[in-house]
Design a protein around this ligand. Sequence first.
Ligand code: ADP
Length: 653
Amino acid sequence: MPVQDNYRFLKGDGEMGRLIREFHWENTSLGPVDKWPQSLKTTLSILIHSKFPMFLWWGPENICFYNDAYRPSLGNEGKHPSILGMAAIEAWPEIWDFIQPLIDSIRAGGEATFDEDLLLPIFRNGKIEDVYWTFSYSPVIDETNTPAGVFVTCSETTEKVKLVSNLLLSEQRFHHLVSDATVGIIALTGNDWNVEVVNAAYGKLINRTVQDLLNRPLFEVLPEAGHDFRPILESVLSSGEPLYLFEHPYFYHLNQEKKDGYLNLVYQPYRDQDGMVKGVMVLCQDVTDQVTAKTVLETSLEQIRLSKEAAKLGTFDLDLIKGTMEWDQRCRVLFGITHDGVVSYEKDFLTGLHPEDRKRIAGIIDKLFDKSLSDGDYDVEYRTIGVEDQQLRWVRAKGKVYFNKQDQPVRFIGSVLDITQQKLEEFRKNDFVAIVSHELKTPLTSLNGILQLAERKVKSQEDQFLTEAIHKAMVQVKKMNNMITGFLNLSRFESGNMHLDPAEFYLSELIQDAVKQIKFTTEAEIIYTSFQDLRVYADKDKIESVITNLLTNAVKYSPKNSSITVTCRLENENALIAVSDQGFGINKVDLENIFERYYRVQNNDTKNVSGFGVGLYLSAEIIRMHQGSIWASSEKDRGSTFYFTLPLSTSET
Ligand code: ADP
């Protein structure tokens, strides 16, 4: 549209030029344009044609003008274009308190102002927004020589301020990150490796505080580290490449004491604006515990390996989830296998077992995998027949089954030991014991017969001395006979030759017989209380030897003349036999072991009592062969009670 003469000072295509031209100024205190002073026109001409944001307040009411460059700062849905021609107090109510004094001071002849990055929140974009400004207010002197207007050159710096504050924030965050990090961080610059940044975690590694280190040459604070670490830093600085060191040893001095440890280290060179390597940032993580644990583990593994080698132990490992089985070299030897290939439970283990042991061991393992039946402990002896060499070997296997939370077996691991030689020696020893015992029994039987004859003869002669002497000799023969019977049974049992010869009988009869026999050899009072006469189907001789053994022990391990009680009653559909004494008692540790072969309690009470530690072992085996159980309860110096159970004969139940 052609520019009227009046508006020549506003010529141009800008939006604000057009808006000013179209505005009905005659309705404002400024009056029509042709009445405007030249000073206003000139100022507006500068304003409208400038590419720099400008604002003008003119006249007593401070009527607003602004240019296209200023317009974006007013945003949308705000002041544009409504504040054009509006009095400042109406146009800028939200910042009027701030700008009024500035305007007034300029109008009063004051000096131009300059403010940088000042926050003046204004209404724009439909809301009050934080806006930062850099601006200068200066007077426009009119033809009457008075400041008729206030000229504002300004630029919005919100973006810049936000950028700077974001930068500051991220720098702050970086500092927090460094100071809160649990990894030690230190940044070093200059020839003397001055500490520019350091965190408490780094300080902790060398027992120093951040204050001890910050802004000081590192090796002045920590001279002992110079020898090892200065060359590393120098090489990183000269190469400009990062460097990673793992489990690197380090040390420092603390009160003349040398402290050391291990670190994982990352050396990261960092550059200045020109891209020159300025220093090195080091991240250090203390891995002393891990390295120590690893060393301990490696040492223990080595010890285990050596012990295994020395003890000739083999190992097995069954993963019951995957269904795999691992055997080491030694374990393979025990099953006569020379290949390194895959082995399996059915094909290699079960078939490798001696046919006479297979069912027993498979049964034990089946039970072992059932959490309700076992605690997972495995300790067995079996024979193997080598698959490739057909050789018979004796093996002792010890292991453990591990269960998951659902009580399912997940893993079965353990070790195996070749006990063939030991077994052969045991067999030889058993044979020897069997022969010796057998040979001793014959003269002992004749001796007993002779003594019985002598006893009968002496009775009629009423010779007190001879009667007692013969009685004592008979007691000793009985003791010796018991001992020899024990050895014979032991050797039979050990060589697998102990067999049961079961028959039906009443327990009371047997117990009374045994009590009578014992009474013959002791002055102790033996009380027999049987509540129920129970019939069992068992090997009478062997059960008698168990009762005799319990009674003999009750006598042996009690003071003279103390009393012993024997009971027999029905419990849980089993016969329960108990022998109680008021003797020395057994402490907890010994109590757990007394059923072991050759186990004897060693203390002042027992040191003069003769025995071999086989009686309870054999008794336990005999009761186990009868599907019964045997156990003991005891209190030191109070006495002991030994119990065993036997299933009733079927005709009884
Ligand atoms: P032995 O009596 O020949 O040593 P046993 O196997 O019969 O062997 O007993 C093992 C050990 O148990 C004994 O040495 C003894 O210390 C302890 N013991 C057995 N019975 C009793 C008991 N009634 N009172 C105290 N200790 C006992």
